[in-house]
Ligand binder design. Structure first.
Ligand code: PGA
Length: 243
C-alpha cells in the first residue's frame, strides 16, 4: 500500500480529485466506485469545482456506490441516494441511469444484492474504487469479521457505526439497523483503490491497518493483499505512525 501524506483534509481531497480526474480524462469508459460519509465530501467538492471551471465530462463514467441503508426510501433526506445527488450527481453531467446505488427498500433484499452485484460485474467490475474507513476498520459497511470472500450482502450495522453515523440524522434513534453493502471480495477485485483517511479519530485504526496483520477482524486489512492501493491520509490521521 502506497501512502501519500498530506497536511490536512483539503490537501487530501485535492490529491484524490487530481487522481480521479486524471483517470476520467485518460479513460474512454470508467467504472468508478464511490463512498459516502464525511471523508469523500472534499473530493466531491473539488470534482464539482473542476466541472464548473474545466467542464470535465462524466458522460462516459458509470458509478457504483458502496452501500445504502435498509428501509430508507431514495428520497429520504438521510438516504445515500439523497446524499449522492446533493453532494455530487446534481452538479455534474453524469446521466442518472449511469449512477448505481443499492435499493434499500427492495421487497426481496437478497435478490437486490444479487442484482446489484451482477450490474457491477456486467460493467466489467470497478476500475477505481474510492474508500473511507470506519473507526472500527470497516470499508463500505463491511463490519469486523465479514468474510473476505463476500459479495454484495445485507449487514447488521455495528453499534459503533450507528453511533458514528448518528450525526447525519435529525434523530439519532432513526439510524437504520441494517444496510446493503458491496462485499469485500467485490471491493478487492477493483483494479485500483484509493483509501482516504482524515482526522485524529482515524489515527488508531490507520496505525492498526498499516502495522497490523491481515485478518477478517479488521476488514480494511484485505487491502494489504491488493497491489494497487493508495492511501491518502492527512497528518492527523497519520499522527500515531512513525514519520
Ligand atoms: P466517515 O465514514 O467518512 O463519515 O468518517 C467513513 C466510513 O464509515 O467508511
Amino acid at each position: 500500500m502506497k501512502i501519500i501524506r498530506t497536511k490536512n483534509y483539503d490537501e487530501m481531497s485535492k490529491k484524490a480529485a487530481d487522481i480521479v480526474l486524471k483517470k476520467i480524462k485518460t479513460s474512454s469508459f470508467l467504472s468508478l466506485g464511490l463512498a459516502t460519509g464525511s471523508t469523500p465530501l472534499g473530493l466531491y467538492k473539488h470534482l464539482i469545482q473542476d466541472y464548473l471551471k474545466s467542464y470535465t465530462s462524466y458522460e462516459y463514467v458509470t458509478t457504483f456506490n458502496l452501500d445504502e441503508y435498509v428501509g430508507l426510501k431514495p428520497h429520504h433526506p438521510d438516504s445515500y441516494h439523497s446524499f449522492m445527488k446533493k453532494h455530487l450527481f446534481h452538479h455534474l453531467d453524469i446521466p442518472t441511469d449511469q449512477t448505481h446505488i443499492p435499493d434499500g427498500i427492495a421487497e426481496d433484499l437478497k435478490s437486490e444484492c444479487k442484482r446489484y452485484e451482477k450490474v457491477i460485474q456486467d460493467a466489467g467490475g470497478i476500475d477505481l474504487q474510492i474508500l473511507g474507513i470506519g473507526t472500527n476498520g470497516h470499508i463500505g459497511f463491511n463490519e469486523p469479521d465479514t468474510s473476505f470472500h463476500s459479495s454484495t450482502h445485507v449487514v447488521s450495522l455495528a453499534d459503533s457505526t450507528r453511533k458514528d453515523n448518528a450525526r447525519f440524522f435529525k434523530n439519532p434513534e432513526e439510524v437504520p439497523t441494517h444496510a446493503i453493502t458491496v462485499g469485500l471480495k467485490t471491493i478487492f477485485n477493483s483494479k485500483e483503490i484509493l483509501l482516504l483517511v482524515s482526522g485524529k479519530n482515524k489515527a488508531p485504526i490507520l496505525k492498526q491497518l498499516v502495522e497490523g496483520n491481515i485478518n477478517e477482524s479488521l476488514p480494511a486489512s484485505i487491502l494489504k493483499k491488493h497491489n494497487h492501493v493508495t492511501i491518502i491520509a492527512d497528518e492527523d490521521a497519520l499522527s500515531l505512525l512513525q514519520p
